[in-house]
Design a binder for this molecule. Structure first.
Ligand SMILES: C[S@@+](CC[C@H](N)C(=O)[O-])C[C@H]1O[C@@H](n2cnc3c(N)ncnc32)[C@H](O)[C@@H]1O
Length: 314
């Protein structure tokens, strides 16, 4: 069996730890523990003091992280969507936190396990659920949504130019046979779009991204969740978010700007309707991206963008 560190290499690890600015004895949250790489570094920085609470919606990840991090008595792990964090904190009677890390997207373990159905490179069931206790899978969306709904998902979440044609082909195809596997769907998309000569990007990349976002409802409630985290940060506490696709990064960027009191309605002067309340300071004017060395060593890191804010004192 592969070790956790091989199953997922934490992205922008040093940058994330530096920006979290770990305070001795502090209370930290890792919302997306995955295989536990970032969490382990955070716990080591805390050196046995303070407390770390972790969440992940994937039970397989939870089991692996639990084993890896069992030597830390100041670590608790919950199988939960991070959107439930306010509930978890209130059940634990915890009010304010010193820092929070959110490393969005999927882990390499999820991506490369054929049976999880995330990848067009491996033949597996069309699944894509991060939380396998959830009912809706990619196969269900592909077989139950209308042509309009599928096209909308491919366009909105994948920015796929051939969204309509792909949706129409799926609807025609599924009348006679089920699209059962990841590679069957990838081949269908390739038949519709063709393959650009010399391109290293598979033609089904955007459709797979779109379906994954839809299955896991990755954008729903993300802004409200980050807002709730900022509300719970102590003055000087920090929120660090790593995202891997532009739709998520846009949500993070705009929320940070709003919370930093910047105008995001782009109306001229006194027509601005933004609340303009300065609750955080933005620590990353431009998103932090992986170095050339990191992307060479871990190509999956190439699309990562890290943004961080610090809560302003009362
Ligand atoms: C990029 S991986 C995190 C890797 C981790 N930082 C590490 O070093 O191993 C993202 C993880 O977040 C989890 N995840 C994604 N969205 C989530 C959500 N809404 N709630 C809880 N966990 C989520 C996924 O299941 C996955 O394990």
């Amino acid at each position: 069996m592969l070790s956790n560190s091989v199953e997922h290499t934490p992205v922008l690890l040093n940058e994330a730890m530096t920006l979290l600015n770990v305070r001795p004895g502090g209370l930290y949250i890792d919302c997306t523990v995955g295989l536990g790489g970032h969490t382990e570094a955070l716990l080591e920085k805390l050196g046995g003091h303070g407390r770390v609470i972790g969440t992940d919606r994937d039970r397989q990840a939870i089991e692996k992280a639990r084993q890896r991090l069992s030597r830390f008595p100041n670590f608790e792990l919950y199988h939960s969507n991070f959107k439930n964090l306010p509930l978890i904190l209130s059940r634990l009677s915890l009010q304010a936190i010193d820092g929070c890390l959110v490393d969005l997207g999927v882990s390499s373990m999820q991506l490369t396990s054929a049976e999880r159905g995330f990848s067009f490179r491996e033949t597996g069931p069309l699944d894509m659920r991060m939380d396998r206790e959830q009912k809706t899978s990619a196969a269900q969306l592909v077989h139950e949504l209308t042509e309009d709904q599928l096209a909308d998902i491919f366009r909105r979440f994948g920015e796929e130019p051939a969204a309509r044609k792909i949706a129409a082909t799926i609807v025609t195809e599924r009348r006679t046979k089920r699209v059962r596997t990841t590679t069957e769907l990838a081949e269908l998309v390739e038949r519709v779009k063709g393959r650009r000569p010399g391109s290293r990007i598979h033609p089904a990349t955007q459709v797979f991204q779109a379906l994954r976002i839809a299955v896991n409802q990755e954008l729903e409630g993300l802004e409200e969740f980050l807002d709730a985290v900022i509300e719970r940060l102590r003055p000087g506490g920090r929120l660090v978010v790593i995202s891997f696709q532009s739709l998520e990064d846009r949500v993070v960027k705009q929320l940070f700007q709003k919370k930093a009191g910047r105008c995001i309605c782009f109306r001229p002067g006194d027509a601005c309707i933004c609340p303009r309340q300065e609750l955080v300071q933005i620590l990353t004017k431009k998103p932090v991206v992986p170095s050339a060395e990191e992307t060479a060593a871990n190509p999956r890191s190439r699309s990562a963008k890290l943004r961080a804010v610090e809560k302003i004192g009362d």
